[in-house]
Design a protein around this ligand. Structure first.
Ligand code: NCD
Length: 322
């Protein structure tokens, strides 16, 4: 691609300036972003995995919550396109001395980034930041509300991994585990239903909010066998104990016995079904350890695809819509 625009992936219509969630995106825009991701994925197969597409731009990563994959992946995505990166993590910063979100942003913003990638425990924090800076904002997870790039890389992994892929129409995605506290589940529901798939959400009663079942294309079940039967992809979610108020926590033994995504249950799924997990995984709790390493598992591919998908997001927001 060189400095050239990835023509195949140019969006058909103007994108929003920020990526806070996927509500404003059309299926057509998502597919265009996936086409751009294909171009970026090709770059990542080269000996020299770097293009000058974002030379002169600065991307700031602002993480007010822990992260391994998401942060590394955004930084890799920025650098692979020759952008400069400044990174901020709340641990070890003046946030622990009581500096407010606004003052923290103002401090970092004085160093002039063109786009900020933000993760924050409070839902709506990335939207708030759009009011305090002229830079573009990409949400890398806000509370339990949204994690749009994770959903994009999950759907992109399905598109590039499911044998004989013919679109999302008629596809059944099962998401099993702690749905209540999961921004990954909410963003995947938003995205996969938009693309024409149906989503089955499954978990214990306390971790499966009724309102998520009100959306067209979504069904709720407390029986994992029902969720998995005939599904084309099965995604396991960990218990997000750090977001739980007292009393909600089901026992690990219950999760393991009644909701673990394992080989026995995967026999009920579509024969080519993919096993997915956004990470971090708790092996032998929500997902059987050996299944995570099985050829049906695309967990590592999800991580790998995070880079080209986030390259496409950064490119589209900074350059693609100009
Ligand atoms: C998820 C997150 O932080 O929302 N992880 C990720 O970004 N890959 C899921 C989780 O924390 O369980």
């Amino acid at each position: 691609m060189g400095a050239a625009t990835p023509a195949a992936g140019s969006p058909p219509t103007k994108h929003p300036r920020h990526l806070l969630d996927l509500a404003g995106w059309t299926a057509e825009q998502v597919h265009a972003l996936f086409d751009t991701s294909d171009v970026m994925a090709q770059v990542m197969t080269r000996t020299i995995k770097k293009v000058p597409a974002l030379q002169g731009f600065t991307v700031g990563t602002l993480f007010f919550e822990d992260s391994t994959r998401t942060r590394l992946s955004f930084e890799r995505a920025a650098r692979a396109q020759s952008a400069d990166v400044i990174s901020f993590a709340a641990g070890g910063s003046s946030v622990s001395k009581g500096e407010s979100l606004k003052d923290t942003l103002k401090t970092i913003d004085a160093m002039k980034s063109d786009l900020y990638v933000v993760r924050h425990p409070a839902a709506g924090a990335p939207l708030q930041l759009t009011r305090w800076t002229d830079a573009a904002i990409v949400n890398a997870g806000d509370g339990r509300r949204a994690h749009p790039t994770q959903a994009l890389l999950d759907a992109y992994t399905f598109r590039t991994s499911f044998p004989g892929y013919a679109g999302f129409e008629g596809v059944e995605l099962a998401i099993v585990g702690d749905v209540a506290h999961s921004r990954v589940a909410r963003s995947n529901v938003e995205l996969w239903t938009k693309l024409g798939a149906r989503v089955r959400l499954c978990g214990p009663r306390t971790l499966l909010p009724d309102e998520l079942g009100e959306r067209p294309g979504v069904t709720l079940t407390h029986r994992v066998e029902e969720a998995v039967e005939g599904a084309h992809a099965v995604m396991a979610l960990r218990l997000q104990t750090e977001r739980m108020a007292g009393g909600l926590l089901p026992s690990l033994a219950e999760v393991r016995e009644r909701y673990q995504v394992n080989r026995a249950r995967m026999r009920l799924a579509h024969p080519d079904a993919l096993v997915m997990h956004p990470g971090p995984m708790n092996r032998d709790v929500e997902i059987e350890g050996v299944l995570a390493d099985d050829p049906r598992s695309v967990v590592e591919r999800q991580v790998a695809n995070g880079v080209p998908v986030r390259m496409a997001v950064l490119y589209t927001l900074l350059v693609g819509s100009r």
